[in-house]
Design a protein around this ligand. Sequence first.
Ligand SMILES: [Zn+2]
Length: 386
Amino acid sequence: MIPVSSIFVNAQIITPLGVIPRGWLLVRDGRIAAYGRGDAPTADSVIDAAGATLLPGFVDVHVHGGANFEAMDATPEALHTMSGFYARHGVTSFLATTWTDSRERIQAALETIAALTGTEMRGAALVGAHVEGPFLNPARCGAQSTTYIRRAGRDEGLDFLNTGCIRLMALAPEYPENHWLICECAQRGVAVSAAHTAATYDDMCAAVELGLTQTTHTFNAMTGLHHREPGTLGAALTLTQLRCELIADNIHVHPAAMKLVWLAKGADGVILITDAVRGAGMPDGEYPIDDRVITIKDGAARLPDGTLAGSTLTFDVAVRNFMAATGEPLANIWQATSLNAARNVGISNRKGSIEIGKDADLILVDERINVLLTMVEGRVVYRENA
Ligand SMILES: [Zn+2]
């Protein structure tokens, strides 16, 4: 039974209006009902934070798998297991992210995601799908299979969108054949991100005019910065319409590059992601990806030719790495862990920050960003040592 109301006490609370050094937060009917300092109101159950930090749960909009499952498995078991695994690392919402693959396999994955979106999950809430590929540039494929990379066909693109669960579409914006899909997504309120792309700065400016608002794993699988041709990266860093995804695992991106994004985009412009795959949370070894094999060794996921193939990153570690890279405290970077992603994919009316009326998607962390407790829509789904 979920208590009708619960209250956190003795917590350092991170809110958009500032940090409350020692306060309380009341949860009622799955939502944030009130918070403050001083005397706490009564509730059915009390959670003593003992000085730990209470912040909005992490929102991971780019995550393929973990705990030996992947969104492309297209089974409810995969999504439930992933949801439980992410919650242990502080994630309260995620977009199940598909890979480049055949139309049939992507469609099957999307239909499974659509069936479970908004239902009660084992841990983190499944808020929809992120389609990464197949409409990419083979010259910047990374680990995405060139066998299946293609331009956006109208029938296929509309079939994907009509599953109703897509909140983020990642594509290569430099192809005129993909432009209709940017417009269609923008019209439907689906966010579009530039991914696996050789877009020039001018290509990016044109795509922003059509509705592009995000860059996928910034730095990775995109045109780098040159002072006479700023490229995809130059556009990502300078166009204020774009928020930048970042894989803060110290493998995909050097800490100095993380700091560069932070300095260029500020607290409002960075979206931390994990891009985690099946082998996240699993021992070193070999794991299947479409028709191929990924080797996980020392935290890196690679194809046989050495290409990085997603990550084994968990969100708590990403936050820790990003804080170390920027030298900023959690109170300054928390938007990059939740609110910015929620805004870009259109769920910030319910998720992404501690505000009265929003879903009680909350986590307690210690000063080293170890996750002590995860609450999703008022339900405690993870407690350390429980
Ligand atoms: Zn990815």
